[in-house]
Design a protein. Structure first.
Length: 118
């Protein structure tokens, strides 16, 4: 694995964690009462399930790189929208740039160097 691939995978992992934190933040800050718990816990859980099923290196249902990129970027887009809805537009921009650039670089380096070894 090249140095670039290692950096890309590290930043991608950090974006995954940021996605889960941002979705929880959105749920707990946009909603009130029991809905805050449903959204604040449910949104990250849904993202975890989708990621584990289709996007993760050891996904239960691996898909092609273009399909994985579409799923991954859809999750990142929903997270960006959630941050804007939670009045965190600045964080949304930083997250979106980091997530989408890293997502694209990950796909590019995977095509160039092959999947990350586990």
């Amino acid at each position: 694995m090249s140095g670039l691939r290692g950096v890309v995978l590290t930043v991608r992992f950090l974006c995954e964690i940021a996605m889960l934190v941002a979705l929880a933040y959105w749920g707990f800050h946009v909603f009130e009462g029991s809905m805050a718990y449903v959204a604040g816990i449910g949104a990250p859980l849904v993202a975890i399930v989708v990621w584990a099923e289709f996007v993760a290196p050891k996904a239960r249902h691996p898909v092609s790189i273009p399909a994985r990129l579409a799923i991954e970027d859809s999750l990142f887009l929903l997270t960006t929208i959630a941050l804007v809805a939670a009045d965190r537009a600045g964080l949304a921009i930083v997250f979106a740039v980091a997530a989408f650039v890293t997502s694209s670089l990950n796909a590019w380096t995977e095509v160039r160097e092959g999947p990350a070894s586990s």
